[in-house]
Design a protein around this ligand. Structure first.
Ligand code: FAD
Length: 309
């Protein structure tokens, strides 16, 4: 029987693991389906993690986190958890490979995944010219033109990153204002080889057997169609939370969530189901930042220690 099962090994899960084990819990397992580190490891640069003055990649930032947590006894199981059920004060977690694990408390720290934009050709060409990770796939377009779709911090940051590898970046956005930090907007606007294509809807991404060859965008002002002949399209239009593991068979959830499926928590990261906690991007009102996810993880662990007495 585990004291605590942590689902997800991003900043929230890793920090919770560190605080829980250092705080005295003996059997704490972090279930992470991939490599620990979370979604920030796919980001080319982070410059707002306190204490890290140097701009660094997400991978570099997260490198020491697992080791630090494991030093105090956190264990890592590389498994995807598919269900969580509570009976008689005991949680049973089931992993994709059919194993089950019992735990006295559970922390859901599963974060989020890139949202699909919903344009024609998106599913067909996903992974064949359409990507949601500039650090992973940008190199394939060295010296070529690419398009970035989106208008938030991630889209702008990744457009700037791609501008250093690619000959030109079209920044395609449905509005003419951005939802990003002023410094990020300024950085993007000062980058010579980024061309803003604003007030447009993406009509279609098209291609052939070899992959993407271009995309068509339609002006929201006069309906004019513009054809951008690019072999690579990067989509950054937000993220959806990963909550499948806490779904009942009938589609409802084992604890309260909001309409988007984000988990409702109180200030101690407690959900409506005693013993189940949620931290990081998966919870309501998350600022969706590494430092906030880490803070949530610590907050949850402190209360879990008290809950387990
Ligand atoms: P995540 O980091 O998403 O980690 C969740 C983990 O859970 C993942 O590793 C996933 O594999 C695992 N998981 C999910 N479901 C299961 C399951 N069923 N079983 C087992 N494992 C599972 N933040 C900043 O502060 N500054 C930035 O500059 C910044 N830039 C960003 C740029 C990009 C391109 C992206 C994508 C994000 C950026 N962020 C930035 C946001 C930041 O990465 C997130 O807010 C943060 O990682 C959230 O942490 P988390 O632990 O809640 O979730």
């Amino acid at each position: 029987m585990l004291d605590l099962a942590i689902i997800g090994g991003g900043p929230a899960g890793l920090t919770a693991g560190l605080y829980a084990t250092r705080g005295g819990l003996k059997d704490v397992v972090m279930f992470e389906m991939g490599m620990p580190g979370g979604q920030i490891t796919g980001s080319s640069e982070i410059e707002n993690y306190p204490g890290q003055e140097k701009v660094m990649s997400g991978l570099d930032l997260m490198q020491s986190w697992p080791e630090q947590a494991m030093k105090f006894g956190l264990k890592h199981e590389m498994k995807k958890i598919t269900s969580v059920v509570k009976n008689d004060d005991i949680f049973t977690l089931t992993s994709e490979d059919g194993n089950t694990f019992e735990s006295k408390a559970v922390l859901l720290a599963t974060g989020s995944v890139p949202r699909r934009a919903g344009f024609k050709g998106e599913d067909e060409f996903f992974g064949r010219g359409i990507s949601t990770c500039a650090t992973c796939d940008g190199f394939f377009y060295k010296g070529k033109e690419v398009a970035v779709i989106g208008g938030g911090d991630s889209a702008l940051e990744e457009a700037v990153y791609l501008s250093k590898i690619c000959s030109k970046v079209y920044l395609v956005h449905r509005r003419d204002t951005y939802r990003a930090a002023p410094s990020t907007i300024e950085h993007m606007k000062n980058t010579q080889n980024i061309e803003e294509v604003t007030n447009v809807d993406v009509e279609e991404v098209y291609g052939d057997m070899s992959g993407v060859t271009g995309l068509k965008v339609k002006s929201k002002i006069d309906g004019a169609i513009k054809d951008l002949e690019v072999p690579g399209v990067f989509v950054f239009v937000g993220r959806d939370v990963l909550n499948e593991s806490i779904k009942n068979d009938d589609g409802s959830f084992i604890c309260d969530t909001d309409k988007q499926g984000q988990v409702v928590v109180d200030l101690k990261m407690r959900t409506s189901l005693p013993g189940l906690y949620a931290a990081g991007d998966v919870r309501i009102d998350a600022a969706k930042q590494v430092v906030c996810a880490a803070g949530d993880g610590a907050t949850a662990a402190v209360d879990i220690i008290e809950f387990l007495g």
